[in-house]
Design a protein around this ligand. Structure first.
Ligand SMILES: NC(=O)c1ccc[n+]([C@@H]2O[C@H](COP(=O)([O-])OP(=O)(O)OC[C@H]3O[C@@H](n4cnc5c(N)ncnc54)[C@H](OP(=O)(O)O)[C@@H]3O)[C@@H](O)[C@H]2O)c1
Length: 349
């Protein structure tokens, strides 16, 4: 059985931990915590061993911790780094490389420049097998992950018939549980959004993708509005919807009024963490004009990357056949069931 450690127990780390704890192929060694707060109790109450940095052990004297991160990593085959964006590189240099362990990094890190954590961004829809022989891989961020679920099926079906993809990303300001971050009454633009290069890392440098990104004052998901321009008359709306009908992690909804509508429904149906783990194509917003398909979809910011981390872990640890890996992820995440429930609830009236 492979031994896995999750370093960081915030929005992403706590979700990953909860799911992989249920994976019979994995021995979850524990989680890394850096601040002595209520989340330590949360982790312990769920049965997870809590490990802390050696130099912070004194700060945790009132908690029943299991040991230090430095010592416990010696026993691990792979670490899932879920630290705040930008910390992954230091962790790689100080912890993972010296201990010779494989590591998965999250989307807030870099894959170019001197602080690059890896040379590959993972997207299960586009490059699953490329992670097989890698020691370090970065899981794309939530927006970057969601885009692969739209772009890859389009690329496979239409290839060179597509002239360009122009996408505007409306990004949530903060996560649901993140009460430390104030949601400002402002719309902020991002100069040179990282998403463009990140998506091209797994889709290919020559992908004709052009992204603009804005941060909007909400905690409820991201929305992408994308124009897909063809070199000829664009396919019909029904052909586009048919293309995504059986895509894993893509639901087609007709009657959602906004992202909170979907999140509230996810809460009533008791989806774990209120996550849908997928993107939702808003079919009522789909339009075809001459050579352009205009598609709008929402992207479950925290939930979408969690099954992706599980798929990536299977590729890196077991080199598991892609179909078997998806089946195994489905056993833990039940995304087909979630998709069915969402599509029924938000069906065309
Ligand atoms: N949130 C999202 O929707 C989302 C989606 C996709 C990707 N991501 C990416 O996932 C990563 C984590 O984001 P997040 O939203 O989960 O952040 P977060 O909620 O702020 O959690 C970060 C966690 O990392 C811990 N930590 C602090 N210093 C650390 C260190 N040096 N090494 C390891 N862990 C450390 C923190 O511990 P303490 O609390 O104990 O200090 C906290 O538990 C980022 O790269 C982010 O860009 C986030």
């Amino acid at each position: 059985m492979k031994k896995v450690f999750v370093n960081g127990y915030g929005s992403i780390g706590s979700r990953i931990t909860q799911f992989i704890a249920g994976d019979p192929d994995i021995e979850l060694i524990g989680i890394g915590k850096y601040s002595p707060d209520d989340k330590v109790h949360d982790a312990i109450s769920r049965g997870f061993g809590v490990y802390v940095p050696k130099n912070k052990i004194e700060q945790f004297k009132n908690f029943k911790i299991s040991g230090t991160i430095e010592d416990t990593l010696e026993k691990c085959d792979l670490v899932i780094d879920a630290s705040p964006g930008g910390n992954g590189y230091a962790n790689k240099k100080n912890l993972y490389e010296p201990k010779n362990i494989q590591a998965i990094f999250q989307g807030g890190e870099k894959i170019t420049g001197e602080n690059a954590v890896a040379d590959l961004i993972f997207n299960s829809r586009a490059n699953y097998v490329e992670a097989f022989d890698k020691k370090y891989v970065m899981q794309g961020s939530c927006n970057v992950t969601g885009m692969g679920r739209i772009l890859q099926p389009l690329k496979e079906k239409y290839g060179k018939k597509i002239k360009r993809f122009d996408a505007t990303l409306l990004r949530r300001w903060a996560d649901l549980e993140d009460y430390k971050t104030e949601v400002k009454d402002s719309i902020e633009w991002t100069r040179k959004p990282h998403h463009n290069d990140d998506v091209k890392n797994y889709m290919g440098k020559d992908t004709p993708l052009f992204i603009r990104a804005f941060k909007v004052p909400t905690r409820q998901m991201h929305v992408h509005s994308m124009d897909i321009r063809f070199n000829e008359a664009a396919p019909s709306s029904s052909e586009i919807l048919e293309l995504f009908k059986n895509e894993y992690g893509v639901a087609t909804l007709y009657t959602a009024k906004g992202t909170k509508d979907i999140r509230d429904f996810a809460e009533t149906t008791k989806f774990s963490f209120k996550d849908t783990n997928m993107i939702h194509i808003h079919a009522d917003m789909l339009e075809v004009q001459d050579d352009i398909v205009k598609i709008t979809y929402s992207d479950d910011q925290t939930g979408i990357v969690v099954p992706e981390n599980h798929l990536l872990m299977q590729a890196m640890l077991f080199k598991r056949n892609k179909n078997d890996a998806f089946k195994h992820t489905e056993e833990l995440f039940h995304m087909e069931e979630k998709k069915r429930i969402l599509e029924e609830h938000f069906a065309q009236k």
